[in-house]
Design a protein around this ligand. Sequence first.
Ligand SMILES: [Zn+2]
Length: 104
Amino acid sequence: MTGDLDRYDYLDGNAAAGPLSEIFAIDVLSARGRCAACGRTDAMATARLLPHSHGLLLRCPGCSAILLRLVDTGHSVCLDLHGLSFLELRRQQNGSQPNPPQPT
Ligand SMILES: [Zn+2]
């Protein structure tokens, strides 16, 4: 899909909160991300989620490129972030850091 996303029914990025909260300990939708295709930088909550896609796809509201793709196969979750050139995760106001990775 290329072109103007306004031609399609969509939800805002907040509609992805449930599935993303299952794999991220922090609120990814409050993070700022930069689209690798057009360079737009904005909160991930401003991304557009097309509800009838295969998997969960968040698209850039500027150019419609896929920013994030999440596919749950039932036994694993695949996360593709190739559409983001960066994702800025902010620390909490009290200075604490996002949850560190846990040893496996
Ligand atoms: Zn873009």
